[in-house]
Design a protein around this ligand. Structure first.
Ligand code: NAD
Length: 886
């Protein structure tokens, strides 16, 4: 009789206590080997070896390709031991030799497949291209790293396969392993340890310690140096393992029991279904966790099915497992035999009809052995214990049902959800049934088929996590997210500023990819811009006012054949539905580019259209911050109001009815590709709109200049925009056809847009957004009215910047203190507004006094406030400003 030892830290050793136990052949009840029995000291030594090996990096620190090479050597060593492994597995686990002899081959394939996948396709490192967090820009990537010391506790039904399922994914991902085989079947795991050793897998990386589940298992599941426990076995023990592992919060994967339903539909091919049920229930004496031990048969065919099923079951040859003609071998142990006998007795008492089997049998030519006849119970009710509890033997329950829905309901009436089958000649119908069953694997017209790349695991109380395939590898890694700050500077971090009084953000990235073509006749550049962008079918988006002014047709003519239509239904202050309607039109016409002709309403809609066209779905799907990772549908913007700067900004402002307010798409990738600033397009703009949109641009400039994100590039743009507006607005008000002044206003709006897209805005915007949403006050008008009041509110936080505004507006600040000059800037803005006929009070633009409080509460929730020079959080302060503007 052979002696098997423990494998700890690269050596085969006796148990510290010197204890051994016997491995038995269940087919003869004769001992076949003595095995060292691990005790406390051995378990601790194995854990310590695995811990040391892991921490040393000797394995975890290898490149996946280097681990692959070693695992391939391991596979070769298994191949060399193939015959011994097959014979030992059969003899020790009672597996028929015809099954056991293919197992080494499958194990080698598994080792090679999984380790190659881990080395070549597993996503060890991944860049996260869009972080979705606008306040912490930087490189984001994730690494997948091994978990550490992984314990595998495995059952006695497929000892070699289970050992490989635990070892290979763990090893391929850089972990070290302590494996505890089942006490009944310790031998093949120790032969695998020999193979690992011969392959040169470093010492301590693999340890195999047979021993009692109670003693060894308990230490493994509670030891602080163990990082993960992967267990295959009964649900009862699984619960206990989970409980034990909880004290040190180990990662746990559990592959537990089942009571899987094999559903035979009334249109099934009978011969196939019967064979599937035979294979699905009686393979390896039914000692397989995913066995289809509840055969659900349509009542339309149940009599015929049961007759054929019984006949086939009775034709199965039960015999010694090493005898090549045996279909079924012995059960694994006396205890398992007793369990099966107990359930059969129970089934009879519960009123199920025993059709065949139900008794021990003797194998030809052999004395002893735990053989049991294939057993079928018919007329089983799903609530019976034999239908609810896992028996783990050659005992099957046949349950009748009347409809597919009832079959699914019965299948799901179980605490388990591991496997299952459907037999039908209609694949679509079978798939419908398969989708309805809450279980981890469903086979259609087949059973017990595994694939290295397909995950295996349980729903409900059949388990936690998955084995095999990519999903199985993920269970042996943990994810580390790494963030690398874009600007590694204390004063450039918005989140650090939360705990600091310094809200100024000093560093900045300046990214403005829009190509601007400006000047009289700039429109003619559109033909070239469209072809540069690779577009052939362009849709013009506009609104009825702009269309009426003849501007969209001007563009259509310039585009010639490239224009496939004009969509002119965009309303002021567009909402998500406005975008969706335009997207529908664009999809219908199969457009590949958008030209927007209009004010902010049109251009913002167009931005939403470009995102939705590119990414699919509805506008609401894309209302978000910094999530676009690719260029969007090409967009050329031709602004007609010279106010918002939307032609160059990274924001689309869209009303969401669901949210009851204006929300944003914010992303560099929505900046139009080209902006054409042609003064002819603003010359038709009525005076009132000329003034209000100009004040939108003015607000952008002033708020960008004073915001906590302001920077020198944007400051320059903002100040120049302020100067251009203050000089040219009176001119265009006096003469709307003053082309030079119109162009200057367009340039001012674009520069202000550039400035605020990087430097952001502030409280005036938050307040204007609110007045716009609640009272439909045009955005520019609302901005203008509140801007001077907000400037005064900010005076002590932005005095030097506001003094510059005063100077730029032509105030003689000589002799003034900075604060005084800053206040003079607010006054100069009011003077300008008065001069050009801008409304000065909220009461004049339809806001109700009663609503100011509501406005204040809404306004403090607007994101624009976050960038305001003076921190804003008190609605009462905001209410006060609204009152001043009222
Ligand atoms: N994306 C951004 O960066 C940004 C910035 C600020 C504001 N906005 C948004 O922009 C929208 C406001 O845009 P807007 O102020 O440009 O107004 P708008 O686009 O709503 O246009 C206002 C009106 O002016 C008419 N009009 C425009 N140009 C004309 C012309 N040349 N001749 C005759 N009539 C003309 C339009 O038909 C419309 O009726 C708001 O929804 C606001 O939230 C966006």
């Amino acid at each position: 009789m052979e002696n098997y030892k423990l494998f700890i830290n690269g050596e085969f050793v006796d148990a510290a206590s010197g204890k051994t136990f016997e491995a038995i052949d269940p087919g003869t009840e004769q001992p076949i080997a003595t095995v060292a029995q691990a005790g406390k000291a051995d378990v601790e030594a194995a854990i310590a070896a695995a811990r040391k090996a892991f921490d040393s990096g000797i394995w975890s620190g290898l490149a996946p390709a280097a681990r692959l090479a070693k695992i391939q050597d391991f596979a070769d060593q298994i191949a060399q031991q193939g015959l011994r492994l097959a014979a030992t597995e059969s003899m020790n686990a009672g597996q028929i030799i015809n099954l056991a002899k293919v197992m080494p081959l499958l194990c080698i394939g598994f080792a090679r497949n999984i380790s190659l996948y881990a080395a070549t396709k597993f996503p060890w490192e991944e860049e996260i291209p869009a972080s979705g967090n606008a306040f912490g820009p930087g490189r984001e990537f994730i690494r997948r790293e091994p978990i550490g010391v992984c314990v595998g506790i495995i059952p006695w039904n497929f000892p070699m396969t289970m050992a490989m399922w635990k070892m290979i994914p763990a090893l391929a991902t850089g972990n070290t392993v302590v494996l505890k085989p089942a006490s009944y079947t310790p031998l093949t795991a120790l032969i695998l340890a020999e193979a690992a050793n011969a392959a040169g897998i470093p010492k301590g990386v693999v340890n195999v310690i047979p021993g009692s589940g109670g003693e060894v298992g308990k230490i493994l599941c509670t030891h602080p140096d163990v990082d993960k426990v992967a267990f295959t076995g009964s649900t009862t023990v699984g619960r206990e393992i989970m409980r034990m592992a909880s004290s040190t919060v180990k990662k746990v994967t559990l592959e537990l029991g089942g009571k899987s339903a094999n559903i035979i539909l009334d249109d099934a091919d009978m011969n196939l279904a019967v064979e599937g049920a035979i294979y699905g229930t009686f393979s390896h004496q039914g000692q397989i966790c995913e066995s289809g031990t509840r055969v659900l048969v349509s009542s339309k065919i149940s009599d015929q099915f049961i007759e054929m099923f019984k006949k086939r079951a009775e034709a199965l040859r039960v015999g010694y497992q090493m005898e090549p003609t045996s279909h079924l071998g012995p059960l694994v142990s006396r205890e398992q035999l007793a369990t099966v006998e107990g359930y059969v007795k129970m089934g009879k008492e519960e009123g199920a009809e025993l059709i065949t089997g139900g008794k021990r049998i003797e194998a030809k030519g052999i004395k002893g052995g735990y053989y049991y006849a294939p057993t079928i119970f018919a007329n089983v009710k799903n609530k019976m214990r034999i239908a609810q509890e896992e028996i783990f033997g050659p005992v099957v329950c046949v349950i009748k049902y009347d409809s597919d829905e009832e079959a699914v309901a019965i299948a799901n009436d179980s605490i388990y959800g591991l496997g299952g089958g459907v037999f039908s000649s209609n694949t679509a119908r079978a798939e419908r049934v398969a989708r309805g069953v809450r279980t981890g694997t469903m086979w259609i017209n087949n059973y017990h088929i595994f694939s290295d790349f397909c995950p295996f695991g349980g729903y409900k109380q059949s388990g936690v996590g998955r084995e095999l395939g990519a999903a199985g590898l993920h269970e042996y890694t943990q994810v580390k997210r790494v963030h690398v700050n874009y600007l590694a500077d204390r004063n450039s971090s918005m989140n650090f500023s939360l705990l600091s009084d310094n809200k100024r953000v000093e560093g900045f990235g300046y990214n403005c990819p829009t190509n601007v073509v400006a000047g009289h006749g700039a429109l003619s550049s559109i033909y070239k811009e469209v072809t540069n962008l690779g577009c052939r079918r362009v849709l013009i988006l506009t609104d009825p006012g702009v269309r009426k002014a003849g501007l969209a047709d001007l563009v259509k003519n310039a585009l010639a054949d490239f224009c496939v239509g004009i969509y002119d239904k965009i309303p002021p202050d567009p909402d998500l539905q406005s975008v969706d309607a335009a997207v529908d039109a664009a999809r219908e016409l199969k457009v590949d580019g958008i030209v927007s002709v209009g004010g902010g309403s049109v251009i913002d809609t167009a931005k939403g259209v470009c995102v939705t066209l590119k990414n699919g779905g509805k506008a609401n799907d894309h209302l978000n911050f910094l999530v676009l990772t690719e260029p969007q549908t090409p967009h050329i913007a031709i602004p007609t109001t010279s106010g918002t700067g939307s032609e160059v900004t990274n924001v689309a402002v869209l009303t969401s009815k669901g949210a009851g307010r204006k929300l944003f798409i914010v992303d560099t990738r929505i900046m139009p590709n080209t902006a054409i600033l042609d003064p002819r397009f603003t010359m038709t703009l009525p005076k009132e709109l000329t003034v209000s949109t100009a004040m939108d641009a003015m607000t952008h400039a002033v708020e960008a200049l004073t915001s906590i994100m302001s920077n020198q590039i944007c400051d320059g743009q903002a100040l120049h925009a302020i100067r251009l507006i203050s000089e040219n607005l009176p001119l265009v008000v006096a003469d709307g056809k003053n082309e030079k002044a119109r162009l200057n206003m367009q340039i001012a709006a674009t520069m202000a847009g550039w400035a605020f897209t990087i430097a952001q805005v502030g409280l005036a915007h938050g307040m204007a957004h609110t007045a716009g949403t609640l009272y439909h006050v045009p955005h520019g008008a609302a901005c203008g009215i509140v801007l001077p009041k907000v400037m005064r509110f900010n005076v002590d936080h932005a005095a030097s910047k506001l003094a510059l505004v005063a100077q730029t507006l032509g105030v003689n600040i000589k002799g003034m203190k900075e604060r005084e000059a800053a206040l003079a800037a607010a006054e100069a803005i009011e003077d300008l507004m008065e001069k050009v006929g801008h409304p000065l009070r909220l009461r004049d633009v339809g806001v109700s006094e009663d609503g100011l409080m509501m406005c204040a509460f809404h306004a403090i929730a607007d994101t624009a406030d976050m960038f305001n020079a003076r921190p804003v959080s008190d609605p009462m302060e905001v209410l006060e400003i609204y009152k001043q503007a009222y």
